[in-house]
Structure formats: C-alpha cells, structure tokens
Design a protein around this ligand. Structure first.
Ligand SMILES: *Cc1c(COP(=O)(O)O)cnc(C)c1O
Length: 442
C-alpha cells in the first residue's frame, strides 16, 4: 500500500510521456487513475494485436507452385499426401487422413464407426456447433454431459451415469486447446467397450501426459479453418492408430472408393482436401511449434497476473495436460468483485480499453436447431415421441449454463506478441475493477 502511494505521488510529478517510456517500475499498473475508455478516457492500448493469418514467402511460393502445376485436386497431385505424412509424424500417429474441414473430419469419423439412427453419442455442451451437427447428420442423438466448472471441459466423472444401452461413442472436445480428462474418459470407454473420437479442432500440438491430443482415442479430428491455430482458410484431418479405421476414413472421404479393383466399397462423400489447402498448411506448419511456444509462455504469464485479481478465475488445466494449445484463453468473471457490473458491460469496457474479448458460447442445446432437427421427418421416423421426450429431459447442464453467463475469452492471436501485451490485458482488467463502481452507476 505504502509503495503504491509513493508511486502515485511520483507519477503525479512527471509527464505521462515519461511514464509511457517505461520510467515506472511496473508498467502494468500505470494508467490506473485514467478514466475508463468507455467513459471517454484514454484506452490502455491503442494498436491491435498480432495480425492473422501470418503470410510468408514460403506460403506464396507453395501456393503459386500448385497453381502453375495445374494439379489442383489431390487425386492427381501429391501435396495432400505429403501434408498427411508430416502431420502424422509430428503427432506420433501412424495414419493421417486430410479432409475438407473439421466438420468433415468428425462426420467421417462417426461414419466409419457406424454411428447411425438410434445411437447416442456423449458430447460436452460447451463446444462449437459442428461437434453436435456431426452427430445429428448421422441421425444419432447428441447426449450432453455437463462440464467441469473449473476446467470448462466435459466432466468425465459424469460420463458413466449418461451411458445407456443406446450409447455408441464418446466424443470429448479439448475445448480452447486444453485437454479433457483423457485418463477417465478412456477408462470409462474401455469398461463399456465404447469408441472415443477426440474433437481436437482447437488443440493443435496440445498434449495429455506428453502424448499429442487426437492420438489417444480411436480417432482424432482437427480443423484448419481460418480462426484455428493452424490455418489454411478451411481444412481438416483425422488421426488414428487403427489400420482398418484409417482405410475406412480414406474411402469415406473419397466417395467410398475401394481398393484392389473394387470401385466403390462403402458409403461416403467427397470430403477431400484440395492441393491448395494442403500446400498452404504444410507451409503454415513450419511456424506452428514456435507460435505454440509463444502462446504458452504468454498465457502462463497472463495467468500469474490475472490470478491476483479478485473475481477473475482463469480456467484450470488437468494435471495430465502437459501442453495447452491455447486456441482460446478462457476465464470466469465474477461480477460481485466488480461492484455488480454485468459481464456484458465488462466486455464492452474491456474492448474499449483496446483488449478484444468475447463472452464465448451460449447454451448450445437450448438453440432452436436441436428441436428443429428432432422434429424433422427423419428423426420422427426413427425415434418414438417418448424417446425424444425422455432425451430432452436428460440433457440439462446447469454448470454449462452458468459458465456461459460468466466466461470471458481472449483468442489465440493475442498471444503471439511480446510479453508486455499480457501486462496490458491485466492492466485493463484492473483498471475496470478500480472504476467498476462508476461504470455500474453510469
Ligand atoms: C472449428 C471447430 C470444429 C469445426 O471445424 P470446421 O473446420 O470449421 O468445420 C469442430 N469442433 C470444434 C471444437 C471447433 O472449434
């Protein structure tokens, strides 16, 4: 306290410019007396965070190479083959099958496992809608298993009580790039002889006990959509240790084409990755390790800063999570430590300070798409009214719904800059906390 006061006196005597060039001992606390930017004061930060995507000469070269060769489809090129080989090698799995996007990776995975009408698939409610759509496309029911409020991941302790005679698969999501509790998930799966599909669409290079996420379940799915840590605009991949499943996936994403003289061996679709996508990801891949390390270091530092702020609780990682991909930096906001300031106002104030942020997902199973799908002709033909009514009874997730009201997200691109960016994020949060009373009354 004494230290803080003397620093204030000091700051009062010098110009703001002197403070800005770093004469203060802790730049993280500078500007605390500034009015909030949302109320007309100076924002903590004026310039944006790292731009995205990052484009190098290697990307341009690879792109033009594909263009000029004229072999734009993987059926007559080899960029997709080369990317698959490299991604499998980096993750330590024998098989990688590239596909058009992450949704296709999930649809293919559930397809080759034979998930279909009448089946139930255990999923977390705190995820991107594609996880759920992949289940619904196969006319199966996504059974929502509530989340662990500390980690934001599926609560693996609740899995067993959600299993019925219809359960056909467990589909955990490594949300934000941190790991779901794979020890518990894999143990429950083994006990009940259920396959596991990992949705690792946000978890490039993330790890569970030093093994790469996507390689621990039967199948693991990635997305390379524009917002993801590894990006080719759109793209996806499936990882597996299982030779037979790998072959089925390869067939499924290629219209069910067979091998050894069989033209079409199974059902499928054209979900192939283009050569342009493959060439671009292969180049983006050369920066992934370095970028991941930077995200990790910055995020870990931000956590040390935010932990000191009452009412701000960063998502905890399970002990088994040896590496977090930090696609999202997620925390809980407790308004009672901010003079009752609603989260929506906090988010607006933080954005005004130059810190982009969002409130993340809304409760997915309450969105209209689910009921609309259940009311479709196909679902009505497959499921009895009683089964659908029972299903709707079962899928409430109160911990998820609370999280959806309290979460605050920062995205991965904010963690690619210098460490001082983290100081500014924490400074902006502290500034809002200090003036929360003014803002709540404004
Ligand atoms: C992005 C994402 C997907 C879908 O990937 P697309 O490439 O956009 O189809 C699926 N699951 C999760 C958790 C995702 O974040």
């Amino acid at each position: 306290m004494r230290k803080l006061q003397s620093r204030r006196t000091f700051l009062g005597g010098i110009s703001a410019a002197a403070a800005a060039i770093g004469l203060t001992e802790r730049p993280a606390t500078a500007g605390g007396d500034q009015p909030l930017a949302i109320l007309g004061g100076k924002p903590v930060r004026r310039h944006g965070f790292s731009h995205w995507p990052i484009i190098g000469e290697n990307d341009e070269r690879a792109w033009m190479e594909v263009l000029r060769k004229g072999r734009w489809c993987r059926m007559n090129g080899d960029y997709a083959d080369r990317f698959e080989h490299e991604w499998a090698r980096m993750l330590g799995a024998p098989h990688c099958i590239a596909v058009a996007n992450g949704t296709s990776a999930l649809i293919t995975s559930l397809g080759v496992l034979g998930i279909g009408p009448g089946d139930e698939v255990l999923v977390p409610p705190y995820t991107f809608v594609a996880t759920i759509n992949a289940v619904l496309v196969h006319h199966a029911l996504p059974v929502f298993v509530d989340i662990d409020p500390e980690t934001f991941q599926i609560d693996a302790r609740l899995l067993e009580s959600a299993i019925t005679e219809h359960t056909a698969c467990i589909l955990p999501v490594h949300i934000g790039g941190s790991a779901a509790d794979l020890d518990t998930i894999l143990a429950v799966a083994a006990k009940h002889k259920l396959p596991v599909v990992e949705d690792a669409c946000q978890a490039h290079l993330g790890e569970w006990k030093h093994r790469k996420l996507s390689t621990l379940g039967d199948l693991g799915c990635f997305s390379f959509q524009a917002s993801k840590n590894l990006n080719s605009g759109e793209g996806g991949a499936i990882l597996t240790h299982d030779d037979r499943l790998a072959q089925e996936c390869r067939s499924f994403q290629n219209n069910g084409r067979g091998t050894g003289g069989v033209a079409y061996a199974r059902n499928g679709a054209n979900l192939r990755m283009t050569e342009f996508q493959a060439a671009l990801i292969a180049q983006q891949l050369t920066r992934l390790e370095e970028q991941s390390r930077r995200r990790e270091q910055n995020a870990a530092y931000l956590t040390t800063l935010l932990r000191e702020i009452p009412g701000i609780t960063p998502a905890r990682m399970y002990d088994g999570c040896t590496r977090n991909a930090y696609h999202l930096y997620m925390l809980r906001y407790d308004r009672s430590h901010f003079e009752g300031l609603p989260r929506s106002r906090f988010l607006k104030a933080l954005s005004a300070e130059g810190i982009p942020c969002s409130g993340g997902y809304s409760p997915l199973y309450q969105e209209p798409f689910l009921k609309t799908t259940l009311q479709s002709r196909a679902f009505q033909a497959i499921y009895s009214p009683k089964r659908l009514a029972d299903y709707l009874e079962r899928i409430h997730c109160p911990a998820n719904d609370r999280l959806c009201e309290e979460a605050v997200w920062f995205t991965q691109t904010m963690f690619l800059g210098p460490r001082s960016d983290m100081d500014q994020i924490a400074e902006a949060v502290r500034k809002i906390q200090k003036h929360a009373g003014n803002l709540a009354r404004a």
